[in-house]
Design a protein around this ligand. Structure first.
Ligand code: CP
Ligand code: NVA
Length: 309
C-alpha cells in the first residue's frame, strides 16, 4: 500500500500533532454526547503484545469497537512467532487480513522490522525507546486542563525511560519546557534526547537534564513520574528501588511546583515507591482522566492512521 503511515516514534506525528490533539477533542466530545462516529466500519486491528497491558489493550480494543471496527488480541506465545516464524513474515501475513497493527514490543528494532514489512500502518504500543500513544494522550490531557501547551513547564522525576523519551519529543514539538531529574546513568536515550534538543530550539522551549528533583519541580505546571522498574528490567528491581528513592513524587515535591500544577503518571503506579498515596489520590492528580484519555487520543490516532481522517 503506497503511502501507508506508521506511528513508531513521536517524531512520526511531528507535523500534525496539534491536528491530532484537535481530532481527539472532537472525538471525545462526540463520544460524550453519545453520537456514533464510525470511520473504521468493517476494519480490523491486530494487537501484538509481548508485554503485559491494562490500559493499552483495553483502550485500543474498545476504541476500535467504538469506531465501528474490530480488534484482535495476539500474544507471541499463541502466534507462530513464538515458534520461530519471523517478524517480517508475520507482518506480511497480517497485512493480508487486517487494516492496521498495534505492537507492544521489547525492542525498537522489532517494531521497525514489523513496520518495514507490513503494508498496513503499524502503531507502537510501547517499546524500549518510546511510548508515543501515551504521550499523545498526555498532551491532550494537559491541553484539556490548561487550555494551552506552549510555554508550560513539565517536570519529569525518575527514570529516563521510554515514557520520558516520548515526553521529551512531544513537549519539544509543542513548545513546552521540560526538566528531567534522574540519577546518573538513568538519563533519557541520547539519540532521542539530541532530537528533542533540536526540536526544542526550533520551538523556543527549554530542555534540562538534572540530578535534583526539587530543582526540576520548582515552578512546574505539570509534575510527571513513571515506574522505576520498567517491563523487562525486573532483574534490576532491588538496585533501582534503592537508587531512585530520592526521586519519589511526594507532597514535599508538590509544594515546590506552581499552585495549580497537575500531577500525572502514565500508570500502572507503584504506590509508596515512585509516587505517594496522598499525591496520586490528591487534588492535583489527573491520572485517571489521563488514563481515560488514552481511549480518546488513540481513537484519533486510529482514525487518522488507518482511515486517513
Ligand atoms: N500506561 C500504559 O501503557 O499502561 P498499560 O501498560 O496498562 O497498557
Ligand atoms: N515505563 C513503563 C511504562 C508502562 C506503561 C514500562 O515500560 O514498563
Amino acid at each position: 500500500m503506497a503511502g501507508k503511515r506508521d506511528l513508531v516514534s513521536m517524531l512520526d506525528v511531528r507535523e500534525d500533532l496539534v491536528g491530532l490533539l484537535e481530532l481527539a477533542g472532537k472525538i471525545k466530545n462526540r463520544t460524550k454526547a453519545g453520537e456514533p462516529y464510525e470511520p473504521l466500519r468493517g476494519k480490523s486491528l491486530a494487537m501484538l503484545f509481548e508485554k503485559a497491558s491494562t490500559r493499552t489493550r483495553v483502550s485500543f480494543e474498545v476504541g476500535m469497537t467504538q469506531l465501528g471496527g474490530h480488534a484482535l488480541f495476539l500474544s507471541p506465545n499463541d502466534l507462530q512467532i513464538g515458534r520461530g516464524e519471523t517478524i517480517a513474515d508475520t507482518a506480511r501475513v497480517l497485512s493480508r487480513y487486517v487494516d492496521g497493527i498495534m505492537y507492544r514490543a521489547f525492542r525498537r528494532d522489532n517494531v521497525r522490522e514489523l513496520a518495514a514489512n507490513a503494508t498496513v500502518p503499524v502503531i507502537n504500543g510501547l517499546d524500549d525507546k518510546e511510548h508515543p500513544c501515551q504521550v499523545v494522550a498526555d498532551l491532550f490531557t494537559i491541553h484539556e486542563r490548561r487550555g494551552r501547551l506552549k510555554g508550560l513547564r513539565l517536570a519529569y522525576v525518575g527514570d529516563g525511560n521510554n515514557v520520558c523519551n516520548s515526553l521529551l519529543l512531544g513537549t519539544a514539538i509543542v513548545g513546552m519546557h521540560m526538566a528531567v531529574a534522574c540519577p546518573s546513568g538513568y538519563e533519557p536515550d541520547p539519540e532521542l534526547l539530541a532530537q528533542a534538543r533540536r526540536l526544542s530550539k526550533e520551538t523556543g522551549s527549554s530542555l534540562d537534564i538534572m540530578r535534583d528533583p526539587a530543582a526540576a519541580a520548582k515552578r512546574a505546571d505539570v509534575l510527571y513520574t513513571d515506574v522505576w522498574v520498567s517491563m523487562g528490567q525486573e532483574k534490576e528491581k532491588e538496585e533501582r528501588e534503592k537508587l531512585f528513592r530520592p526521586y519519589q513524587l511526594n507532597e514535599k515535591l508538590v509544594t515546590l511546583a506552581n499552585e495549580d500544577a497537575i500531577v500525572m503518571h502514565c500508570l500502572p503506579a507503584h504506590r509508596g515507591l515512585e509516587i505517594t498515596d496522598d499525591v496520586i489520590d490528591g487534588p492535583r492528580s489527573v491520572v485517571f482522566d489521563q488514563a481515560e484519555n488514552r481511549l480518546h487520543a488513540q481513537k484519533a490516532i486510529l482514525a487518522r492512521f488507518i482511515a486517513g481522517v
